[in-house]
Design a protein around this ligand. Structure first.
Ligand code: FES
Ligand SMILES: [Fe+2]
Length: 459
């Protein structure tokens, strides 16, 4: 690992990274529980990346605010009177008390509960109680505001970054950001929101979702016989195959309680009753895909929903069922709708995973933000069936990693390459490489991760 541009300010020799990835397809187990490794992530990774702080419907009105926490850091994200969103460090400039906890509306700004210092909705200090008690040197007005944190809105969410040297958000997430713009992510809204406490490392948690290799064993209900095209094309029956497709759409929709939205399943069922598919398997599949895309788009446009042209997304190569924004934000778009994931470490072996189900509404008819979820344990029976199956695996995996004989995960270089790829980017951050030296690798990571092979990274 080398620092590629010695002219970049702050460039220095890479820091040593314990348990570094030396061979891309082998990931040492200590990366998932070692305290020192976790501390290095807290110091060198999380403070330098764009993090999804909230969905914008959580703060719809001026002066609505929400607290975002990551590790031991807290940021207050506030909607301003002009509709913009700002963020600041949540520590009173007097003696450090958190000025706001949870969420709410700050009609007259924030008042510190300890000695009553006041801050406006933009974090600017507006009052110091008992000024005469202080040496004027401690009351320099330029040094009394809550410390700002970079904040950008995109894709229906507010993102924060503690690092003033990081590239802007859109650039940091390329090409994923361009793909998600094409999906019109920003016009989707949350229908529901759940949160899971998983007794596993945050990387292990997300790795359960970024490959398809596990589907056959972990989600057997998604393996549907009728969808398999027979070897002999003359025995292909388009009606049987189409039954299999509908069964798949229904099973995915129920399994995720969304993602493939029930309204899209209904469109598919109506289309299937009316369509005549050609006898040739390849032609039948292409006809169905195109016709379903068109039917979904026209149904949603009739409802007044802002929905992209799905055939155009296919042409652009953007019609991917999962898009990854390093390090903790994942969107799974399917037809009109999507699931959205956020992962946050709560400890070396504990993760908070949130799932939002997103769909489209007519402009002006968007629903209110779903209630803030109570955090459920990983085995809570209320999770939809598909994530519940994934949640059943990961605690066993985390326990298995502690087995003395087990040293490293061996990854499929074809199907599990995303895991091999993003771990090396994590190492780039832990080595303290400047953003300019990370940029090219970051572009290889913020992509569609499913079926992604191991790629060469310029780090
Ligand atoms: S700590 Fe906030 S006013 Fe004293
Ligand atoms: Fe899964």
């Amino acid at each position: 690992m080398t620092v590629s541009d010695p002219t970049v300010p702050g460039t220095h020799r890479p820091l040593p990274v314990p348990f570094a990835v030396e061979r891309a397809d082998r990931i040492r187990k200590e990366r998932y529980f070692d305290e020192e490794f976790y501390a290095l992530e807290a110091e060198h990774l999380w403070p330098r990346v764009w993090q999804m702080a909230c969905r914008l419907e959580e703060i719809p009105a001026p002066r609505d605010w929400v607290e975002y926490t990551i590790l031991d850091q807290s940021v207050v994200v506030v909607r301003q009177d002009d509709g913009s969103v700002v963020a600041f460090q949540n520590a009173c400039r007097h003696r450090g008390v958190r000025v706001a906890e949870g969420r709410g509306r700050c009609d007259s700004g924030f008042t510190c509960p300890f000695h009553g210092w006041c801050y406006g909705p933009d974090g600017a200090n507006t009052a110091v109680t008992g000024k005469r008690y202080f040496d004027p040197g401690n009351l320099d007005p330029a040094d009394l505001d809550l410390t700002p944190v970079r904040c950008e809105t995109w894709g229906g969410c507010a993102f924060i970054n503690f690092d003033d040297a990081a590239p802007p958000l859109h650039e940091s997430f390329e090409p994923a950001s361009t793909m998600l713009d094409a999906w019109r992510l920003s016009s989707m809204r949350a229908e529901w929101w759940v949160a899971a406490r998983l007794p596993v490392n945050w990387k292990l948690a997300q790795e359960a979702f970024v490959e398809q290799y596990h589907v056959v064993e972990s989600h057997p209900q998604l393996v549907i016989k009728n969808r398999v095209v027979p070897r002999d094309p003359t025995s292909f029956d388009p009606k049987v195959w189409l039954d299999g497709e509908l069964q798949y759409l229904r099973t995915m929709s129920v399994g995720m309680d969304g993602m493939i939205h029930r309204s899209d399943v209904a469109v598919a069922e109506r289309l299937a009753a009316a369509i005549e598919l050609p006898a040739d398997p390849a032609l039948a599949m292409a006809t169905w895909d195109r016709s379903l895309n068109e039917a979904v788009v026209s149904w949603h446009r009739e409802q007044g929903h802002d929905v992209p042209d799905l055939d155009e997304l296919t042409t652009l190569g953007f019609n991917e069922p999962m898009i990854y924004c390093f390090p903790h934000f994942i969107v799974l778009p399917m037809y009109s709708s999507a699931s959205q994931y956020r992962f946050r470490p709560l400890g070396p072996e504990e993760t908070l995973m949130e799932i939002w189900s997103l769909t489209r509404f007519p402009q002006g008819g968007e629903p209110e933000c779903p209630p803030v979820p109570e955090v459920w344990e990983h085995d809570d029976p209320r999770f939809p069936p598909i994530p519940a199956q994934d949640f059943a695996n990961v605690p066993r995996q985390q326990r298995g990693l502690h087995q003395r004989s087990f040293e490293y995960m061996r990854l499929s270089e074809k199907g599990e390459g995303h895991i091999a790829n993003y771990h090396r980017l994590v190492d780039g951050y832990l080595a303290g490489l400047p953003h300019a030296a990370l940029a090219s690798a970051q572009r290889e990571i913020c992509v569609a991760p499913l079926e992604r092979p191991v790629v060469a990274l310029d780090l």
